[in-house]
Design a protein around this ligand. Structure first.
Ligand code: HEM
Length: 651
């Protein structure tokens, strides 16, 4: 057996020729033998074992040396007097890693690069010189050099429409991720497009590649600028921490815990039903209701109570200290200028609203502290069978589960979270578990309005249940409700995409090999440290090659028998990407599935729903979560106007 390096590495050996022999021998025998023996890359003797061919090409070195001297004398004369640079320069000239060696051409697996090798070496040395003389310029130059050298540079993809925005502007303006779908149709399953300032971004709907990225969460992490924006108010919550800290925090909310919370979901759904009944009654036989904002209030109340035993009372009076603080912090974090998020050095400059945010943060911390204290006291009272007025209920909220798990005697001290980290889960649950579920339920109602037959079929199933307070098991036993929820989360996934950045060089394997711009067949993509990657959620959920030609349509019936190919999608739930997959998948998916079912169960049994505006007027806009907007009134903000008509449930 011969070892294969799965990451770039440096093998420290004494004699250079031995190194080359080792490298060649391992590559020669490796699983990638087809690439390693490709005659276009390695020459006609590719299949022969010839360590000698790894020697530097003297003619090339000579040409390179004179080119370097010329460039530095003419364009960079100020660099040569530097003692350290002279040493580097001398070592470069005598280096064995010069054009002509097999190693230089082999790394990017791109034969056409070899033509430009002299220029590349010169460029690389210019950058190295910058590192010595002008460190900030070096950082920028290095980023662009890495981009230019990266395999992504030659991947197919759309042309950039602006140097500053790349393809980002058109992506943000496009409706519902349609642009990415179009790119995949035009350029193939694995492409590269331009993000801000001409930087490449990797995009693939290749399930093998996505699975590799999601599994390797220590290599593919959330971008620093996104974590910075979120951590301003989430602190060290599970959403923003990485590596071992994340492992330490990751709580598992299993079916047993969610079963206990179902009562809260149903109670809140009934409360919303009553609010809507009043609103409709005040208008006549039918009533116009903007359902998105009401569902958002409902899910806020739910996450408050089920998440950390806190009453927001958003459905009844709307004013609440924690909610106000949270809104200020959320706004201040989403309004951080991009340039400040991208360049850490600029973060010391105060931003508009910083003072307000500081006050809000103090409020948030105080309330989180009180909630944690209450939770600890409640658990203590429960353990000692003490009945106290405030703590007479069994603690079943997510925060208390976390506190209980964290204080368990079986947990070694070094694995325990600090109080501060536990408190950070309060805003984390708010961010992650509030709007996601309300938006998903809104899209479910929309889909049921677009196809009235589906709505009627679902209502028929729900009418057959003889209680208005179903348990989790009753809700989960309703097959058509389950199919409608699945189909909603597939077609209208609230989070349409996510982003990761490689923190190390890596090789991403492809299930479907692709041809790069130079016509080479690639079975894997070499990504460099710092490379950002867009994770497609919606695109994989409605990929025609996986789901069939009707992938874009809302058809709950498809869940009776889905194609076998959907089993390849690396999602944590339902063979779809809506809750992502791998170690960084959503921890609240069971929570939101039952919450959505409780809401649809209660609301469909009470009302018939109809769109309040023509279907064509409704569009989707992404800002973390994909919310509905009216094309005719974008300025009015997110909304979903529906017409509600009360119906009588037989039970
Ligand atoms: C329909 C509802 C929901 C959807 C579609 C959804 C979707 C997602 C997605 C796509 C991610 C991964 C984000 C990324 O890495 O970029 C995520 C993470 C997360 N979700 Fe959810 N979520 C939902 C509901 C909830 C609920 C109700 C909770 C809490 C009670 C929750 C808690 C979390 C947390 C804590 C994370 C971070 C996990 C980590 O980074 O390890 N989510 N969710």
């Amino acid at each position: 057996m011969f070892p294969v390096a799965v990451k770039d590495d440096v093998i420290p050996l004494g004699k250079p020729v031995e190194i080359r022999m080792v490298i060649f021998w391992t590559q020669y025998k490796s699983a990638n033998a087809r690439v390693n023996r490709n005659k276009t890359i390695w020459g006609t003797n590719a299949a022969e074992f010839e360590p000698e061919s790894w020697k530097p090409d003297a003619a090339h070195s000579q040409a390179n040396q004179s080119l370097l001297i010329k460039i530095f004398n003419q364009q960079w004369p100020f660099l040569l007097p530097d003692e350290r640079f002279r040493a580097q320069f001398a070592s470069l000239i005598s280096s064995t890693d010069l054009p002509g060696s097999r190693a230089a051409s082999a790394l990017p697996f791109n034969p056409n690069r070899t033509i430009k090798r002299s220029k590349i070496v010169v460029l690389r040395e210019c950058i190295r010189a910058l590192e010595l003389r002008m460190p900030p310029l070096f950082v920028i130059a290095k980023v662009y050099y890495d981009q230019w050298m990266s395999a992504l540079h030659v991947l197919p993809g759309p042309p950039s429409s602006s140097w500053v925005y790349g393809n980002m502007k058109e992506m943000l303006e496009a409706d519902n991720f349609m642009l990415q779908d179009k790119w995949v149709e035009e350029y193939g399953s694995t492409i590269s497009y331009k993000a801000y300032f001409g930087l490449n971004r990797f995009y693939t709907v290749d399930v093998k590649a996505i699975s590799h990225i999601l599994k390797n969460d220590y290599i593919y992490q959330k971008p620093e600028h996104a974590r910075y924006s979120l951590s301003r108010f989430l602190g060290n919550g599970v959403l923003v921490v990485e590596e071992d800290k994340h492992k330490q925090q990751n709580p598992a909310f299993g079916p047993a815990q969610i079963r206990e919370l179902t009562e809260i979901f149903v109670d809140k759904a009934i409360e919303l039903r009553e609010v809507w009944k009043k609103e409709v009654n005040s208008q006549g036989e039918t009533g116009h209701v903007e359902v998105l904002s009401w569902l958002s209030k409902t899910t806020l109340d739910v996450i408050g109570q089920a998440g950390f035993n806190y009453r927001f009372n958003a459905l009844t009076n709307g004013k609440n200290e924690l909610n106000d603080a949270f809104k200020v912090l959320f706004q201040s974090s989403t309004r951080i200028p991009l340039i400040k998020a991208l360049i850490p050095a600029l973060r010391v400059i105060p931003s508009e609203g910083d003072t307000k945010a500081k006050v809000a943060m103090t409020t948030m911390k105080r309330i989180a502290n009180e909630l944690l204290r209450d939770s600890k006291m409640g658990l203590m009272a429960e353990d000692n069978n003490i009945k106290m007025d405030d703590y007479s209920l069994k603690r079943r909220d997510l925060l208390s589960l976390l506190v209980r798990a964290n204080t368990s005697k079986d947990l070694p001290a070094h694995q325990r979270m600090s109080d501060e980290d536990v408190m950070a889960q309060v805003p984390t649950f708010l961010v992650a578990g509030h709007e996601t579920t309300s938006v998903a339920t809104t899209w479910a109602l929309y889909a049921l309005c677009v196809d009235i037959q589906i709505q009627e079929k679902l209502r028929e199933e729900l009418f057959a249940v003889d209680t208005e307070n179903p348990t989790m098991d009753v809700l989960n036993s309703l097959p058509y409700l389950d199919a409608v929820v699945r189909e909603t989360l597939r077609v209208h996934a609230p989070v349409g995409s996510s982003i990761r950045v490689a923190v190390k060089d890596d090789i991403i394997p492809l299930g479907k090999p692709i041809r790069d711009r130079n016509g080479n067949l690639l079975g894997a993509i070499h990504v460099c440290k710092g490379q950002s990657i867009l994770i497609p959620i919606l695109a994989l959920n409605r990929d025609k090659s996986i789901w069939g030609d009707d992938a874009g349509e809302f058809k709950p019936e498809r869940w009776k028998s889905v194609p076998q190919s959907v089993g390849t999608i690396p999602g944590v739930w339902g063979n779809m990407m809506s809750f992502l997959g791998g170690p960084r998948a959503c921890i609240g998916y069971r929570f939101s599935l039952v919450e959505m079912k409780a809401l649809l169960f209660t609301l469909l049994r009470a009302f018939e729903f109809e769109l309040g505006v023509p279907k064509e007027d409704i569009m989707k806009k992404s800002s973390l979560v994909d919310r509905p907007l009216l094309k005719s009134d974008v300025a009015a903000g997110n909304q979903m106007p529906l017409i509600l008509k009360p119906v009588g449930c037989p039970h």
